[in-house]
Every structure is written in structure tokens, then in C-alpha cells.
Write a protein that binds this ligand. Structure first.
Ligand code: UT7
Length: 326
């Protein structure tokens, strides 16, 4: 399976660290040095489905596929204001696609999980051309009266179109239960039989624990996937890692002993956009011409669960229509 089109979309509203320091007990220097984040984009006037649609349309356009050529849509989304219908159902009609569609929740690893599922569909002939859209609004899970999580998370969408062909070599996806380190609980309706009134609990995160789990498990995934494909870290041209914290990515890079140039970052300007972070990064690098034909890429991510994922692929350059290439 290979990627033949990419797209991304971000909210217009740019929020700087100083703007947050205006109403939270935090500072630009704390956020920059502890996370690498300088600014982020947050939904204000747009909706998540609009961002998802824009990213998907750009991916479709660059893939040179028509909406009717798509025979499966997978959206990666942790939560949005609609519990049902799925985000993929919501965007399918306006996109002009008519095919099976589903959403998955793989937390920040959702994009790699979706690719892994798509790869199995393509291999078994269940589907040929698949649209994957990772669209997330984690800013809406945070407690904006507290500084712990609200300075980290941000909104955005990234999309790819995949089809048969040489590209992905291997995937690793793992799962485990660590509910306490990262969770967001939504209030459900009370029934005559279950009267336990639970309140919505905005995102709770044990930052240090997540940090340690992230570094340990991503290093394990990266080492395992390199070894079982007979590759060394040096043979990878670029590492597209989940964009949560620059220090997490630096720890993985230092373990591999590889140069900073191979570890592009977008959390500096976009914050942590959950499962959308890797496809947004991929789209921007591809459109800028940084990702070149034949480059070996390694993707790696971690997220609430605790889940992790990694993939290795050989990149095929995508030709973008110059007029729409912004
Ligand atoms: O997609 C997955 C999502 N999650 C993650 O990737 C999170 C992984 N963890 C992290 O990125 C880091 O643990 C954080 C950035 C969340 C926190 O950095 P840290 O270096 O682990 O800091 P800490 O939690 O140990 O807190 C150090 C200090 C504490 O104050 P005291 O106890 O030393 O007085 C915190 O209360 O920093 C304080 N602090 C803040 N100060 C200013 C915590 N958040 C903030 C803040 N601004 N926003």
C-alpha cells in the first residue's frame, strides 16, 4: 500500500504562549523550554467537520482520484460534539463519496492505526482506494482554568489517500491499559435504571508518567521495527514522530544518535494536535518538496490507552497542483 495524496487544514486562530499567560499561571519561557511549543491553532469560528472536509478535499485533489473512486473512509478521531453519526459519515456526503465509512479512536496513534487497518483492507482486496482523515479538537477536552493540559493541546486535521502499490513495509501497533495516566470522561444521560449521575471530567493527565511511557515505548517500537526490517537508524531518511513534546522526540533521537534535521517538528507552531499531528507534518513536508521519491520514512506515535504505533515506508513523491499548493 502506498500514499498517493495528502492534505491538511488548521484553524485560523493563532494562540501564542503569551496569550495563555494572560489568564493562566504560566509563561512563554516555561512552555517553550518544557515542550517546544511556541504557538498553536485553536478552533473558534470553524467546526471540526469543516477542517476534516478541507484536509480530505486536498488529499483527494492531490491523489488525482475522483470522490467516487474512494471505496472506504476511515476517520481517526478521539471525540467531537457528535457521538453519532461518525465524523466519516458526516463528511462523506459533502465530499461526494459513497462508500463504507467508520471512525476509530486510537488516541494520538489513530493515524498509524488507520493506516494499519487500511493496509489489511488493501492486502485482502476488501478495499482499493482508501481515504484516511485524522481530525482532532483536543482543546475542547481540556480544563481551561488549569495550566496542566490546556497549554499543550490544539486542533487540526490531516488526510491521506492510499491505494495498492509499493510503499509501506511494516507496521507495529500495541495496546495496554493505563487508564489513570490520561483520560477524559463525558457525562452520559441518566436512565430510570442507572441513576448514577457522572459529571464530565475534563482531560486528566499525569504528565511525567506519560512522558516516561512515551519515551520507553516509542524507543522499543522504533528499535523493533528497524531490526525486523534489517535496517539501521542511519538508513532512515526522516522520522515523522507524534508532535507532543520536543523533549520526547529529542530523547528518541538521542537514543538513535541521529541528527536533528531528520526529525522535523510542527508542535512548535501547531501544539499537540493528537492523531492529526503526523499527517499534518507529512502533508506540509510533501508540499514543500522535502519528502523526495524513494526516501525511507519511519512514523512513530504514542497516546492515551496506552497505545503505540510505528510504521516504515518508502515515499513516492506526489505532484501537487501549483495553484492549490498552499
Ligand atoms: O499526546 C500525548 C499527550 N501528552 C503528553 O505528551 C505529555 C507528556 N508529558 C509532558 O509533556 C510533560 O510532562 C509536561 C510538559 C506535561 C510537563 O513537563 P514536566 O517537565 O514533566 O513538568 P512537571 O509536570 O514535572 O511540573 C514541573 C513544575 C510543577 O511545579 P512544581 O511542583 O515544581 O512547583 C508544575 O506545577 O511545573 C509546573 N507546571 C507549570 N508551570 C507553568 C505544570 N504545568 C505548567 C505550566 N506552566 N503550563
Amino acid at each position: 500500500m502506498k500514499i498517493i495524496g495528502t492534505g491538511s487544514a488548521l484553524p485560523e486562530k493563532v494562540v501564542t504562549n503569551d496569550m495563555l499567560a494572560g489568564f493562566l499561571e504560566t509563561s512563554d519561557s516555561w512552555i517553550r523550554t518544557r515542550t517546544g511549543i511556541e504557538t498553536r491553532r485553536l478552533l473558534s469560528t470553524e467546526t471540526l467537520s469543516e477542517l476534516a472536509m478541507t484536509a480530505a478535499m486536498k488529499a483527494l485533489e492531490s491523489s488525482k482520484m475522483k470522490p467516487e473512486d474512494i471505496d472506504y473512509i476511515i476517520c481517526s478521531n478521539v471525540a467531537n460534539s457528535y457521538v453519532t453519526p461518525s465524523l466519516s459519515s458526516i463528511i462523506m456526503g459533502p465530499l461526494g463519496c459513497k462508500c463504507p465509512c467508520t471512525d476509530i479512536n486510537g488516541a494520538c496513534v489513530g493515524f498509524i492505526y488507520a493506516l494499519d487497518i487500511a493496509d489489511a483492507f488493501v492486502k485482502t482486496g476488501k478495499a482499493k482506494n482508501i481515504l484516511i482523515v485524522a481530525a482532532e479538537e483536543p482543546s475542547r477536552f481540556c480544563n481551561w482554568h488549569e495550566r496542566e493540559t490546556s497549554v499543550l493541546f490544539a486542533d487540526g486535521a490531516g488526510a491521506v489517500v492510499v491505494t495498492e502499490g509499493e510503499g509501506f513495509r511494516d507496521f507495529i501497533v500495541t495496546g495496554d491499559t493505563h487508564t489513570d495516566v490520561l483520560y477524559y470522561k463525558r457525562q452520559m444521560e441518566v436512565t430510570p435504571y442507572d441513576r448514577v449521575e457522572e459529571k464530565t471530567q475534563p482531560l486528566v493527565m499525569q504528565g511525567r508518567e506519560v512522558f516516561k511511557l512515551a519515551v520507553r515505548s516509542c524507543i522499543k517500537d522504533v528499535d523493533t521495527i528497524l531490526e525486523r526490517n534489517g535496517l539501521t537508524g542511519k538508513e532512515i531518511d526522516m522520522y515523522l514522530l507524534h508532535q507532543a513534546n520536543k523533549r520526547i522526540n529529542d530523547s528518541i533521537r538521542e537514543h538513535l544518535g541521529e541528527p536533528e534535521a531528520k526529525f522535523p517538528l510542527n508542535m512548535t507552531k501547531y501544539g499537540n494536535t493528537s492523531s492529526a499531528s503526523i499527517p499534518i507534518l507529512m502533508d506540509e513536508l510533501s508540499r514543500e518538496g522535502v519528502l523526495k521519491d524513494g526516501m525511507k520514512l519511519l512514523l512513530s506515535a504514542f497516546g492515551g490507552g496506552f497505545v503505540t504505533g510505528a510504521a516504515i515506508l518508502d515515499w513516492s513523491a506526489i505532484e501537487y497542483d501549483k495553484e492549490n499548493n498552499e
